[in-house]
Write a protein that binds this ligand. Structure first.
Ligand code: SF4
Length: 333
């Protein structure tokens, strides 16, 4: 008795696949599952819901290479009826393309956050927080930032230039820049092209040069050339966000702010000190929990700890002051 094969229904295929040969509904479902899995990264990709999804994606090819022939009449009828076919065999090994990897730095941060948020960790007690900062203080009573500057203005410029750059790289660039212009008026007189020339070794240097000249002009226009001790006024300047304002307020004016950069964000999440999905959440968590007497230097201790000890890819746990307090499950000894 001849086999009857129902023709596939191209009308139900996604628009992106319209040019491809028609295929059973199962293939469309698999493609959707695979796309959902691509949103997970790092540790999060191992979460239970993702594993079976990958399996389905592998069985249900997303490309048009799937064989249209069903394994049985029953399964063919289900496909034609718009239901999931359990009898359709995978055609070949074609699978959905793997998700694009995150940039290395972001992936490290995402891993740190995912590990903490994906597991239940006991929060640090007040006694543990005090103990940790007592140790940081004993080791380095007066921690300093590593950006070269001579006053609030050169500090502000250096921090603006430090976005997506190392402090060492910024210091090399500002050496010549500050020799040529170390005040708002001199920076405006130097002009965008000359500023760009001095900082050309830094990423995004043209945009940064534009911001430095414009913020200098606005300091003259609005604040008589003086860097304001005011968060709102600082954040109104081009290139100045919350983190930059916090650094300037802390270092130049002694305000106990906590500037959360990529290092501090990682440390706060890894250790369990102040887990948070965003820098602001981490900042507010730290402000709420760190005793006042440690707040002025807290961000320096944590940033330096993240930069030199609790590094993104290979944390030096054997040299860590707080390894007994840290909740990170993958310590590196
Ligand atoms: S023990 Fe390791 S992971 Fe934890 S804070 Fe120290 S260096 Fe970082």
């Amino acid at each position: 008795m001849p086999r009857r094969i129902n023709p596939p229904k191209p009308a139900v295929l996604p628009e992106a696949d319209a040019a491809k040969p028609p295929r059973p509904m199962r293939a469309t479902k698999g493609a959707k599952v695979a796309a959902g899995a691509s949103g997970t990264t790092g540790k999060g990709a191992k979460a239970p819901p993702v594993a079976p999804a990958k399996g389905k994606a592998a069985k249900a090819p997303a490309s048009g290479t799937a064989k249209a022939a069903p394994a049985s009449k029953a399964s063919a009828g289900k496909v034609a009826g718009g239901k999931t076919s359990t009898g359709t065999k995978p055609a070949g090994k074609t699978a959905a393309p793997p998700p694009a990897p995150l940039p290395r730095r972001n992936k490290a941060v995402a891993n740190a956050a995912a590990a903490v948020h994906g597991k239940t960790v006991s929060p640090w007690s007040d006694a543990e927080i005090t103990e940790a900062f007592t140790r940081f203080e004993a080791q380095d009573p007066e921690p300093k930032g590593e950006l070269d500057h001579t006053d609030a203005f050169t500090l502000l410029v250096a921090v603006v230039l430090s976005a997506q750059a190392t402090d060492t790289g910024v210091n090399k660039a500002t050496k010549g820049l500050f020799a040529a212009a170390s005040t708002p008026a001199a920076m405006v007189a130097l002009g965008e092209d000359e500023v760009a020339h001095h900082i050309r070794t830094l990423g995004l240097f043209r945009g940064k040069a534009k911001n430095v000249v414009e913020l200098s002009r606005l300091l003259l226009e609005r604040h008589a050339g003086i860097v304001p001790k005011d968060r709102e006024a600082l954040e109104a300047l081009p290139g100045v966000g919350r983190k930059t304002a916090n650094v300037v307020l802390n270092i130049a004016f002694g305000v106990p702010t906590i500037a959360v950069d990529t290092h501090l964000f990682r440390v706060a999440n890894r250790t369990g000190l102040a887990p948070g999905a965003t820098p602001l959440a981490v900042e507010l968590g730290l402000e709420a929990r760190i005793p006042d007497r440690f707040k002025l230097h807290a961000h320096h201790w944590l940033i330096l700890h993240g930069r030199y000890i609790c590094k993104a890819t290979k944390p030096a746990c054997s040299r860590c002051l707080i390894t007994d307090l840290c909740r990170w499950p993958e310590k590196n000894f």
